[in-house]
Design a protein. Structure first.
Length: 365
């Protein structure tokens, strides 16, 4: 979700980035139904269920729950999906293995506007807002400013980690997390990267939470979830996911939805000549947006072949639980439409009719 110059990522999105950079996170999965939460709990055992919303204070609002059986997990998930913490509807729930935490730390990096530099922070007071710690016990926040032209080196991370006086086996892991966090901060054009709490367990140091805020002006060179394809993607606040080929058609699609009373959830241009794999990845990316209730796929086939796009849609549809509306015109449109109809997916030739159908479906859910 974007706001005033930044894009805030959901916890599960932040943890996906953490995993790619080698930071350990609890085993788990994002679900869109209570039944799926029960399935995950049957595999993981004791679990924690977290509503995926961008408002703070989820725990105090009752949007974080614990379950020790699949039946209890399903019941807890049902409650979460009925909640609106901070006025934000819960569309997705993260179900994770419950950690046996010995100690909670805080680790984060942000920009110190006064110094004009990134500042790396570490505290033994994890699990509470860092602002509260700063006000109550400022001596418990250890920090180091980083010259962006020099970088953050291993010895700097070790010096900061040593301030916690951790057990020897934890010391190296904490320093390693700080180094990886700085790489994320730098490479993802972040304004804030935070782990609160950074959990010390018998299995090692694990990121029990994730907060990542990206500079919106840098989104053009970032790629959140479309596997390095460089596809332009901008997340919005609507309920209709959009997958379109061509920037002009993508803008026209969004304008049409708005004109007819719908709200697009994103801008995504898969480009000319996109094939089955690109379509599959793009659809999975759009479906990961917690606010999306229906996906509108608008394809004008030229170099792009509608039958290849159809195969990508069918492949991705097995992994998502959202209705799809497809509009095909152009190269191999009849072949592509036949494949989709056989798979039970709506297909239209007329863009206005398809847009109206997508809006209607978004209002039903």
């Amino acid at each position: 979700m974007s706001e005033a110059g930044v894009m805030r990522l959901y916890e599960y999105q932040g943890k996906q980035i953490f995993m790619r950079y080698g930071i350990r996170v609890p085993e788990g999965e994002v679900v869109t139904s209570p039944e799926k939460a029960g399935e995950i709990a049957s595999r993981l055992g004791d679990v924690v269920l977290k509503a995926q919303v961008l408002t703070g204070g989820r725990g105090k609002a009752g949007a974080v729950k614990f379950a020790s059986s699949p039946e209890e997990a399903q019941r807890m998930a049902e409650e979460l999906f009925c909640m609106q913490p901070g006025g934000e509807r819960v569309e997705k729930v993260l179900v994770e293995q419950r950690l046996n935490i010995r100690r909670e730390l805080y680790a984060g990096i942000t920009i110190d506007r006064g110094e004009g530099k990134p500042v790396v922070m570490l505290s033994p007071e994890g699990g509470v807002e860092i602002e509260s710690v700063a006000e109550r016990s400022p001596e418990k926040i250890f920090s180091r400013h980083v010259d962006p032209f020099v970088g953050f080196y291993p010895y700097m991370a070790r010096e900061l980690a040593a301030e916690l006086h951790p057990e020897p086996e934890v010391f190296g892991e904490v320093a390693g997390v700080l180094l990886r966090l700085y790489r994320i901060f730098e490479e993802k054009d972040a304004q804030l990267v935070e782990i609160n709490p950074l959990a010390v367990t018998d299995e090692g140091v694990i990121a029990a939470d994730a907060k990542v805020v990206i500079d919106e002006d840098a989104l053009f060179r970032q790629d959140f979830g479309v596997k390095g394809r460089g596809l332009p993607y901008v997340e919005l606040e609507g309920s209709i996911g959009c997958v379109v080929n061509g920037a002009g058609l993508a803008m026209a699609t969004m304008d049409t939805l708005k004109h007819l009373g719908g709200e697009p959830a994103n801008f995504l241009d898969i480009g000319g000549g996109a094939g089955e794999e690109v379509m599959r990845e793009a659809l999975l990316k759009v479906a990961s947006h917690p606010g999306v209730r229906v996906v509108f796929i608008n394809i004008l086939g030229g170099i792009t072949r509608c039958d290849e796009i159809a195969r990508g849609i069918i492949g991705a549809s097995r992994s998502i639980d959202l209705p799809l509306v497809v509009r095909f015109r152009g190269t191999n449109e009849e072949e592509g439409a036949a494949l989709l109809r056989e798979a039970g997916i709506e297909v239209e030739k007329d863009m206005i009719k398809a847009a109206r159908l997508a809006i209607e479906m978004s209002r039903r859910r």
